[in-house]
Design a protein around this ligand. Structure first.
Ligand SMILES: [Zn+2]
Length: 314
């Protein structure tokens, strides 16, 4: 009898596993996006660091480690946070959004807004949430966030502390609120790179990536704890704004370790394995909106395209 129960359990487990891994989550599932930003994440340093949570997301999704932070049309912006995060969050390059450096002078973010704004044009009732500790994102780029946490961190220790607070606040909201689009930003990686060096051999830099990985593990656990998680289709996107070399990353137009970054698309609706096509930072918004069933409007003039999503059953 006990043996039979064990066999039954194994069969049931196999059945449920098969269902979970083979079924593409269709229209009956509510769609959610979590976009995670890790500042100054050099690709070979992520590979070298011990990051079980990011690895698991990568396993259950599609990725590129040659995603470009600069487009082919226009490259006059610096390879630093201001233009990087603005491209990540608006889905257009710097000739449109106008951010060329960290001063944000000449920005046209009203015209090319944060993707929460685009989402709200289609679904005004969808809740959105932003958790950041590089304050210019909150000050200049963000709009239409129903839940808004913007800390102003300084220095490597400040970012380490505030990243933890960002994660705490995000965990709480992801577990309990019906937020369709969330952006969570971590900054300590970049600060540690500037202080100790952006390189896989630098222990402090690697450690800062591993700390972010722990935060990401908590975000994923919060999502999985949701009471209706089985009826939800979460797409988790991870990318960065630039890599680094030595103790910096400015003027990195010709430096692959600076202008190539990771782009990870994870979830039941994500394709699986390494993406063959060239991926760009501006693809993040197009991918998020596609997952959320928001048709791209010509007026938005988005520069990106959806990447890493499986074709949806009709
Ligand atoms: Zn940065």
């Amino acid at each position: 009898m006990r043996r039979l129960t064990q066999i039954t359990a194994v069969v049931l487990l196999a059945l449920s596993w098969g269902l979970e891994t083979s079924s593409l989550r269709g229209a009956e599932y509510k769609k959610y996006v979590l976009a995670i930003g890790i500042d100054g994440l050099r690709t070979d340093a992520l590979d070298a660091a011990t990051t079980p949570h990011i690895d698991a997301l990568k396993e259950n999704g599609a990725f590129s480690n040659t995603c470009k932070i600069l487009g082919t049309r226009y490259q006059k912006n610096d390879t630093i946070s201001g233009p990087g995060w603005t491209s990540y969050l608006t889905g257009v390059w710097a000739d449109k959004h106008g951010v060329h450096d960290n001063e944000f002078g000449g920005q046209k973010i009203d015209r090319y807004p944060h993707f929460f704004n685009l989402l709200k044009q289609q679904f005004p009732d969808y809740l959105t949430a932003s958790f950041v500790d590089w304050y210019p994102i909150d000050k200049y780029v963000l709009s239409k966030a129903d839940i808004r946490v913007g800390f102003e961190a300084h220095g490597a220790d400040g970012y380490t502390t505030f990243d933890q607070m960002v994660a705490d606040r995000a965990v709480n909201v992801l577990a309990k609120r019906d937020v369709r689009a969330t952006m969570v930003y971590f900054g300590a990686t970049d600060e540690n790179g500037h202080r100790h060096g952006f390189h896989p051999s630098v222990p402090q830099y690697r450690k800062s990536i591993e700390t972010v990985d722990q935060h990401i593990g908590r975000l994923v656990a919060a999502i999985k704890s949701r009471p209706d998680y089985d009826q939800e289709d979460w797409l988790i996107l991870i990318s960065s704004d630039h890599g680094g070399e030595g103790k910096g990353h400015g003027s990195g137009h010709q430096v692959p370790d600076i202008h190539n970054i990771y782009f990870i698309v994870s979830g039941e609706s994500a394709a699986k394995g390494e993406l063959k096509q060239q991926v760009y930072l501006v693809d993040l918004v197009a991918t998020a909106l596609k997952h959320l069933d928001v048709p791209s409007r010509p007026a938005w003039q988005l520069d990106g395209k959806p990447v890493g999503l499986m074709p949806r059953p009709q």
